[in-house]
Design a protein around this ligand. Structure first.
Ligand code: ASP
Length: 299
């Protein structure tokens, strides 16, 4: 799975249903040994640990791989490394890489690739876990208004979320610093003033400032960002009573969101993390079943 736009609506719904079944305690394991490895070329806490939790919960054989200790440090290309792992008998690789579309020349290989984030491109497992969290809360996507706010231009999460949410029937609006919003890249999404948007949303998705992708080291002071574009208590009080707050993490407390609100009643930020494990189990199952592997109940 490299991007959500390649998944049919039916496949997205099937993955959401499987995730919800795992969330309510369904336990499956692979019928035969399946070998997987996680290749992370960028920092990660949530994504790498939740993929590994998901793999172990499904009874997969997780082969340790450290980018730092690998021949990539001797100049081997990503394709040669992936081909080597294919020759060694790996069935599936989870890869995060700073280059957009790093998977471009890996797709002819005979092993599954699950994209755990490519540069500013896509983050399909985050997109799906966000859908699972929204479905759990509202039961459907039709007619929901979703606001995606922050560093839209540099966010692979914004790309994946917006694409899938629109296809499933939600209305998606964007806000944040206007010059961090790229109309074309966002499939002609609408840019809205944050204070006007906030009372309309059912779901507010806040994005981290992607400092590592900005050319200037300090794109905006934290306090200025919080005042202009962050979720302050007074903005939170303008939200509908049933509306929820999400953030893919890592959260910069006091920048994208006032620190006290991270764990407030409306926040589903830690629920997203929990759902990440179930969703990644469903993604791995979907990919591996597509390659003919079977899953059976744990005895
Ligand atoms: N964890 C998300 C990602 O890897 C969001 C972020 O880092 O801001 O894209």
């Amino acid at each position: 799975m490299i991007k959500l736009s390649k998944l049919s609506k039916e496949a997205i719904h099937a993955i959401i249903e499987d995730s919800l079944a795992f969330a309510s305690g369904k336990r499956l394991r692979s019928k035969e040994p399946i070998f997987v490895a996680n290749l992370f070329f960028e920092n990660s806490t949530r994504t790498v640990v939740s993929f590994e939790m998901a793999e172990r919960k499904l009874g997969l054989e997780v082969v340790p791989f450290s980018v730092q200790g690998s021949s990539l440090n001797k100049g081997e290309s990503l394709r040669d490394t992936v081909k080597t792992l294919e020759s060694l008998g790996l069935d599936l690789l989870v890869i995060r890489h700073p280059d957009d579309n790093y998977f471009h020349d890996l797709q002819d290989l005979d092993l599954s690739i699950v994209n755990a984030g490519d540069g500013t491109g896509h983050h399909p497992s985050q997109g799906l876990l966000d859908l699972v969290t929204i479905k759990q809360e509202f039961g459907s996507f039709e007619g929901l208004t979703v606001g995606i706010v922050g560093d839209v231009k540099h966010s692979r999460v914004a790309n994946s979320d917006a694409d899938a949410l629109r296809r499933l029937g939600a209305k998606v609006h964007f806000s944040g610093p206007e010059d961090w919003f790229d109309q074309g890249a966002m499939m002609n999404g609408t840019y809205r003033n944050f204070d006007h948007l906030i009372p309309e949303v059912d779901v507010l998705i806040l994005l981290r400032i992607q400092h590592e992708r900005h050319s200037s080291k300090h794109p905006m002071a934290s306090q200025e960002y919080l005042t202009k574009y962050g979720l302050t208590r007074s903005r939170m009080e303008m939200m509908k009573s049933g509306a929820i707050i999400m953030h893919p993490g890592p959260v910069n407390r006091g920048v994208e969101i006032e620190s006290d609100l991270v764990e407030c009643d409306k926040s589903r930020i830690f629920k997203q993390i929990e759902n990440g494990v179930y969703t990644r189990m469903a993604i791995l199952k979907h990919e591996l079943e597509g390659r003919g592997f079977e899953f059976v109940p744990w005895e």
